[in-house]
Design a protein around this ligand. Structure first.
Ligand code: SAM
Length: 251
C-alpha cells in the first residue's frame, strides 16, 4: 500500500463539510491552501466561496480528479516537500499521520486563519492549558505561535472509510507570542527536556537534562531559580513561567 493511502478517510458528512466552510468565513479575496484534498469533496465547497484554492494531494490518481474547477490550482506531491505558495487561509481535513510536521511547517508561514481537522486526541493536546493531563510540549509549541481552539468534535461516522479515532476541527489564528523568551530554540529544547520527565519535580528534570541542554554549573544555576517553582512539575507551570526559567538557565 502506498504511504499516502493510509490517511485516506474522506469526509462525507455534508453538514460537517458546510460548517467547515462557514468557519472559514470565506470571500473572493481569500486564497485558500487545502492540504490532502482527496477527490475534492471539500475543495469544491471552498472553490465556490474563495477567490482561489491551492489543493495539494499526494495521490496522483486523486489529484487528477481535482482539475475540475477554474479557480483551483492543483499541486500533486508530498506536502512536506513542497514550498507553499502564498495563501491567507488554510482549510483542510489533514492527513493525521503527519499532523506534527505539517502543523509546524504551517506555523512557520504567515496566514490569517486555519480551519483544520485533526485526530481528537491530538487536537486536545494542541489546545491544553497547564495543570491538565494533555498539556505538554505540543501545547506550548503550538500556542507560542497561534491562538488555537476546538470548534467541534467529529464522529468516525462522518468519514468513509471510517478512521479508528474521533476527530476535531481546530481554529488556528497565528499571533505574536504572548510572552518573551530570550532564545526560542533553547526554550523549545528546554520544554522537550523537562516534559520528557513530566512526573518529576522540575529541579530533578532540569538536573537530569543539564548535559543535554549544554548547561554547566547546574547547581549554581538552580540556586538562582525560584525554589517554589523547582518543587513543581513542568505540567503545573504556565508557558510564561517555563520561559522565565529557560531565560535564567541561559545566563
Ligand atoms: N480532503 C479530503 C476529505 O476531506 O475527504 C481528503 C482528506 S484525507 C483525511 C487526507 C488526504 O491527504 C488523502 O487524500 C491522502 O491521499 C492525502 N495525503 C496523505 N499524505 C499526504 C502528504 N504527505 N501530502 C499530500 N497529501 C497527502
Amino acid at each position: 500500500m502506498k504511504w499516502y493511502k493510509r490517511d485516506q478517510h474522506f469526509l462525507i458528512d455534508e453538514n460537517v463539510l458546510n460548517r467547515i466552510v462557514v468557519y472559514g468565513r470565506l470571500d473572493k479575496s481569500d486564497i485558500v491552501l487545502e492540504i490532502g484534498a482527496g477527490y475534492g469533496n471539500l475543495t469544491g465547497e471552498l472553490a465556490k466561496k474563495a477567490g482561489k484554492v491551492i489543493a495539494i494531494e499526494a495521490d496522483p490518481e486523486l489529484a487528477v480528479s481535482l482539475h475540475r474547477w477554474e479557480n483551483v490550482e492543483v499541486i500533486t506531491g508530498d506536502v512536506l516537500k513542497i514550498e507553499f505558495p502564498f495563501f491567507n487561509k488554510v482549510i483542510s481535513n489533514l492527513p493525521y499521520s503527519i499532523s506534527s510536521p505539517v502543523t509546524f511547517k504551517l506555523l512557520k508561514c504567515k496566514f490569517d486563519l486555519g480551519i483544520l481537522m485533526y485526530q481528537y486526541e491530538y487536537a486536545k493536546r494542541m489546545v491544553a492549558l497547564h495543570n491538565t493531563d494533555d498539556y505538554g510540549r505540543l501545547s506550548i509549541a503550538v500556542q507560542y505561535y497561534a491562538d488555537v481552539k476546538i470548534l467541534e468534535t467529529v464522529p468516525r461516522t462522518a468519514f468513509s472509510s471510517q478512521p479508528d479515532v474521533r476527530s476535531a476541527i481546530i481554529e488556528m489564528k497565528p499571533q505574536p507570542a504572548q510572552y518573551e523568551v530570550k532564545d526560542k530554540d533553547f526554550f523549545m529544547r528546554f520544554i522537550n527536556a523537562v516534559f520528557s520527565q513530566r512526573r518529576k519535580k522540575l529541579r530533578n528534570a532540569i538536573s537530569n537534562n543539564a548535559g543535554l541542554l549544554g548547561i554547566k554549573d547546574i547547581d549554581i544555576l538552580l540556586e538562582k531559580l525560584p525554589a517554589g517553582l523547582l518543587e513543581k512539575r513542568a505540567e503545573n507551570l504556565s508557558p510564561q513561567e517555563l520561559a522565565n526559567i529557560a531565560d535564567i538557565l541561559l545566563r
